[in-house]
Ligand binder design. Structure first.
Ligand SMILES: Nc1ncnc2c1ncn2[C@@H]1O[C@H](COP(=O)(O)OP(=O)(O)OP(=O)(O)O)[C@@H](O)[C@H]1O
Length: 803
C-alpha cells in the first residue's frame, strides 16, 4: 500500500525521536502490558518517555487515543504534551491527556446525568466556595466570628473525603435511561433533596455541620461542584453504577500516570479503578521528589506499588540530561541522608560545567545584594562576550516560603532589574479577572455567584437593600437571583425592547408560576437603578454566545459593561495589563482549540488552571518562586536562597517524615539548575533585627570542598549550628532514627503531637474543642469538646484542624 506523505512524516518523526531515547527510556516505552513502575531521577526525561509511550501505543500498536488515559500533574504539562503529540500525529484527536481533575470533568460531562445534574454543571474555585459559605452563614445567622471561613473550608473538604456517601445528599440516584431524560429538565426539577438539606442544616448537631449542609444546599441550587467533588463524584458514580464502571474500565485500555509520587488517595483509587479491567497501568515518578505530603501525597504509593499490583515491572531511569556533573553532586549529597527512598543515583550525561557557588551573608539584605550582583554580572558578561548567553528569564531565584521573596525583590527593584514573582494569588483569582470571567459565566450559567459579583460592578445603584429584597423574592419563588430579577424586569414591562426571539427565563418561569402575582411594586424596585441595562446586556449575549468567538465576547463585555472604562478612569494600569493578558490567553486558546473553542470549553479550562500553570518564560525577567512552584521546571541559572535552619527546613517540622519531605524539597530545588547553581544563607534577618540564624543542615550535608565558597561561615558558627540542630531535633522528636527492620507503616505508628494544651481544634464529627492534655506515651490528646461534658481521647495522627 502506498504511504501518504503524512503517514511517512509521522513514521519518520517517530523513528527519529525514538533514536533519541536511551535504553531504559526505550524499555519503558515498549513495555506496554501489565503494571509498570518507572522510578526516574530528576532530569531523566520522564516527560519525553511518557510522550513517546503514547505515540508508540498509537502509531506502533494501533491503539485509539480514545482508549488511552494519560494523567499529568498540571494542565500546562497536559497542554504541552497534547501539542507535541498533535504535531507528530498530524492533528489526530489526543483523547484523554489531562490532569486527574480534567479527566473527571470529561467523565462527569458524560455521566453526571445519572445524578440528575446537568452536564453543564458549574465548577467552583476557592473564591466561589467562600462566597457560597458566606451565603450559608447569612442564612444561618452566623457571623465570621463564629467560625473561620478557611477552617470551614477545610472541614467541608475533610468531611466529604471521609464520607463519599455525601454525594447522595445533593444528587439524585437515577437509573441510566431515566437519568438521561430527567437531566434535560434538571434545572427545572423541583428538588426535594434541596429541602432535605435545609432540614438537615436546621437539625445539625453543631455549627460546623449546619454550615456544611447549607453549603451542599447552595451547591445543589447552583448545580455546582467544587474541586474536591470532581474526583469524589466521579468515584461515587464508578462505585455505585456498575454499568458505568464497566464502560470506563473497558474503555481505558492503557492508563499512564505522571508524577505518581505526589498523587493522593482518591487519585490512587481512580487510577486503580480505571485500570482494573485491562490491568495496564504505567506509573512514573520520583520518590525523591514527593513534596505534597501536606496535600495527601504519600510516598508509600510509589514505593509499595509493586506490593499492591501483582507482577509489577520496575524500570529505573538514572541518566540526568539536565545538569552538569558538579551541580548533581549537591542534590546527591543531600538526598542520601534520607532513609526512606529507593536507592538510585543521578548519572550526568553532560560533561564539564561550573562548580556551584556558596555565599554566607551577614544578613538577608546583604544576601539579596549578592544575588543581584551575580545576576547583573551573569547577564552583562554574557552580553560582553557576545555569547548570546544569559538572559534575565534564564535565571530563577527559589526560596522555601513566599515571605522570603521580599528582600530579593527590594534589591532587584533598586537595580531596576525586571522580575516576576509567582505568588500565591493565581492569575484567575485576581479581582478584575474574576469579575470579567463572572460576566462570561453569567451568559452560560447565570448563577448566583456570578450575578452577585457582576450586578453592581461597575456601580448600577443596586446595593445591599435591593439585593436583600431580590433574595427574599428569589427564595419564595425557589429560583436563582438572576431568574428572579428577570421575572421582575419582565413584569415591569422593561424587556419589551429586547429582541423578540429571546425566550427569557422569565417567560418560562412566569408560565411555570402560573403568573403568580408579585406582591411588591416592580417598577418602584427598578427605579433609580441601571439594573435593567445589565439584564438587557446579559440577555442579548446569552442568546448569541454560542455563535460568537470567546475573544469577541470578551471585548464586547469589557466595553458594553463599561468595566474597562471604569479601570481607565481609576488609572489602574496593572489591572488593565492583566485584562490585556487575559485577552492574549483567550486568543491562544482559540488558536489551540480552533472550532472547539466554545465559551463553555473555555470556562471549564480556566477553572482547572492552577498557579503551577502560569506561563513562566514569556518575558525577559528574573523569575522568583517557591520551590513548590518550581516543580517540573528547569532553568539555566538557579539561586536557592535562605538556606537557614527554621526557614529551610521550616520551623514547623515535627517529625522525621516531615524532615525527609523538606530534604526532598531541597533536592527538587537543586535539580532545577542546568548550568549554574548558587546557594546562600544569612546569619541575621535584616541588619539590626535580633536573633541569629544558623546555616541549614542541608548545607552541612554538602561537601564544602566541592563548592566554590565565595564567603563561608566560621568554624565557630559551624559548631554552634551543629549544636543547635541537635538540640532542636531532641525537642522535636527528630533524634529517634527509623527502625531499619520496620516498614514505614511501623514508623508511622509513632506520630507526634502537633497541638499543645490550650489549643483550639476542630474534629470533623465532634466539632470544636480545646486540647486539655497531651499523652505522649499513648500518642493521644485529651480534648474537651464544647458539646460534651467529658473529654475524649483522640489519637495524634487523627486529622484535626486548628480552630
Ligand atoms: N534521551 C535524551 N536525550 C537527550 N536529552 C534528553 C533525553 N531525555 C530527556 N532529555 C532532556 O532532558 C531534560 C530533562 O527532561 P525532563 O524535563 O523530561 O525530565 P524530568 O524527568 O521530567 O525532570 P524533573 O522530574 O526533574 O522535572 C529536558 O531538557 C529533555 O529535553
Amino acid at each position: 500500500m502506498e504511504k501518504s506523505p503524512k503517514s511517512e512524516n509521522i513514521e519518520n518523526s517517530l523513528e527519529w525521536e525514538r533514536s533519541r531515547l536511551d535504553k531504559e527510556q526505550l524499555e519503558a516505552v515498549e513495555t506496554t502490558e501489565g503494571y509498570v513502575r518507572v522510578v526516574a531521577g530528576a532530569g531523566s526525561g520522564k516527560t519525553r518517555t511518557l510522550t513517546h509511550r503514547y505515540l508508540y501505543l498509537v502509531k506502533e500498536m494501533g491503539i485509539s487515543p480514545a482508549n488511552i488515559l494519560c494523567v499529568t500533574f498540571t494542565n500546562k504539562a497536559a497542554a504541552e504534551m497534547k501539542k507535541r503529540i498533535r504535531s507528530i500525529l498530524g492533528g489526530d484527536d489526543s483523547g484523554y491527556i489531562s490532569t486527574f481533575h480534567g479527566f473527571c470533568v470529561q467523565f462527569l460531562r458524560e455521566e453526571i446525568h445519572v445524578l440528575n445534574y446537568p452536564k453543564e454543571f458549574m465548577i467552583l474555585d476557592e473564591d466561589d466556595q467562600k462566597s457560597l459559605l458566606r451565603k450559608a452563614y447569612a442564612d444561618l445567622g452566623f457571623s465570621l466570628k463564629d467560625l473561620k471561613i478557611s477552617s470551614v473550608l477545610d472541614f467541608v473538604g475533610g468531611r466529604k473525603a471521609n464520607d463519599i456517601g455525601y454525594v447522595s445528599l445533593f444528587a439524585e440516584h437515577l437509573a441510566d435511561e431515566v437519568g438521561a431524560s430527567a437531566a434535560e429538565n434538571a434545572p427545572a426539577v423541583e428538588n426535594e433533596k434541596r429541602e432535605h438539606l435545609v432540614e438537615l442544616a436546621d437539625e445539625a448537631p453543631d455549627k460546623w455541620m449546619a454550615v456544611y449542609y447549607r453549603y451542599l444546599y447552595e451547591q445543589k441550587k447552583n448545580y455546582a461542584l467544587d474541586f474536591d467533588d470532581l474526583i469524589l463524584v466521579t468515584l461515587y458514580i464508578l462505585e455505585n453504577f456498575p454499568e458505568k464502571l464497566d464502560k470506563w474500565r473497558k474503555r481505558m485500555m492503557y492508563v499512564m500516570v505522571d508524577e505518581y509520587q505526589d498523587i493522593d488517595g482518591q487519585q490512587y483509587c481512580l487510577a486503580d479503578l480505571l485500570s482494573s479491567y485491562h490491568k495496564n497501568l504505567f506509573v512514573v515518578g520520583d520518590p525523591d521528589q514527593t513534596i505534597y505530603g501536606w496535600r495527601g501525597a504519600d510516598i508509600n504509593r510509589i514505593l509499595e506499588f509493586d506490593q499492591f499490583h501483582k507482577g509489577t515491572k520496575t524500570i529505573l531511569l538514572q541518566n540526568n540530561y539536565r545538569s552538569t556533573p558538579s551541580i548533581l553532586k549537591v542534590p546527591d549529597a543531600v538526598i542520601k541522608n534520607n532513609k526512606y527512598r529507593i536507592e538510585k543515583v543521578l548519572r550526568p550525561v553532560r560533561a564539564g560545567g561550573k562548580t556551584p557557588v556558596f555565599y554566607h551573608a551577614k544578613n538577608t539584605r546583604e544576601e539579596a545584594k549578592w544575588i543581584v550582583e551575580r545576576i547583573q554580572n551573569a547577564v552583562q558578561n554574557s552580553v560582553k562576550n557576545g555569547a548570546g548567553g544569559v538572559h534575565y528569564k534564564d535565571i530563577a531565584v527559589l526560596y522555601r516560603m513566599h515571605s522570603q521573596s521580599r528582600s530579593v525583590e527590594e534589591a532587584l527593584m533598586s537595580e531596576s532589574i525586571p522580575y516576576k514573582v509567582y505568588s500565591g494569588v493565581g492569575f484567575y483569582q485576581r479581582k478584575e479577572i474574576k469579575d470579567i470571567i463572572c460576566y462570561l459565566r453569567m451568559l452560560v450559567y447565570a448563577d448566583d455567584l456570578s450575578f452577585i459579583r457582576t450586578v453592581n460592578t461597575p456601580k448600577r445603584q443596586f446595593g445591599p437593600k435591593k439585593m436583600a429584597i431580590l433574595q427574599a423574592f428569589a427564595d419564595t419563588r425557589k429560583v436563582g437571583l438572576y431568574e428572579a430579577l428577570l421575572e421582575i424586569v419582565y413584569e415591569a414591562g422593561r424587556l419589551n425592547d429586547v429582541a423578540p426571539d429571546v425566550t427569557t427565563q422569565a417567560e418560562l418561569s412566569s408560565v411555570g408560576n402560573d403568573h403568580r402575582k408579585i406582591d411588591f411594586d416592580c417598577k418602584e424596585f427598578l427605579s433609580r437603578s441601571n439594573v435593567v441595562e445589565y439584564v438587557k446586556l446579559i440577555e442579548k449575549y446569552r442568546s448569541r454566545y454560542k455563535d460568537m468567538r470567546v475573544s469577541e465576547l470578551l471585548s464586547k463585555m469589557l466595553r458594553e459593561t463599561k468595566y474597562e472604562e471604569m479601570l481607565r478612569l481609576d488609572g489602574d494600569e496593572d489591572r488593565l495589563d492583566n485584562l490585556a493578558e487575559l485577552k492574549q490567553g483567550i486568543l491562544e486558546f482559540e488558536n489551540y482549540y480552533e472550532e472547539d473553542a466554545s465559551l463553555d470549553e473555555y470556562l471549564q479550562n480556566i477553572v482547572l488552571f492552577t498557579n503551577a500553570d502560569e506561563d513562566s518564560q514569556e518575558k525577559d525577567r528574573v523569575q522568583l518562586m517557591t520551590i513548590h512552584n518550581a516543580k517540573g521546571l528547569e532553568f539555566p541559572y538557579v539561586f536557592v536562597c535562605g538556606l537557614n535552619e527554621g526557614f529551610f527546613p521550616v520551623k514547623r517540622v515535627q517529625n522525621k517524615m516531615q524532615l525527609e519531605e523538606e530534604r526532598r524539597l531541597a533536592y527538587v530545588a537543586f535539580t532545577r539548575a542546568e548550568n549554574v547553581l548558587c546557594l546562600s544563607d544569612a546569619e541575621d534577618g535584616v541588619a539590626g533585627e535580633s536573633g541569629s540564624r544558623y546555616p541549614s543542615r542541608f548545607l552541612l550535608e554538602m561537601n564544602m570542598d566541592e563548592l566554590d565558597v565565595a564567603r563561608g561561615f566560621s568554624d565557630d558558627l559551624l559548631l554552634a549550628a551543629r549544636a543547635f540542630i541537635a538540640e532542636s531535633d531532641r525537642n522535636r522528636d527528630l533524634m529517634n532514627d527509623f527502625d531499619e527492620d520496620e516498614s514505614l507503616g511501623a514508623v508511622k505508628k509513632a506520630p507526634t503531637a502537633e497541638f499543645a494544651v490550650g489549643d483550639r481544634v476542630v474534629h470533623k464529627i465532634f466539632g470544636i474543642g480545646t486540647v486539655s492534655g497531651v499523652d505522649k506515651k499513648n500518642f493521644c490528646y485529651e480534648i474537651t469538646f464544647d458539646k460534651f461534658a467529658t473529654p475524649r481521647s483522640i489519637q495524634f495522627d487523627f486529622p484535626l484542624v486548628r480552630g
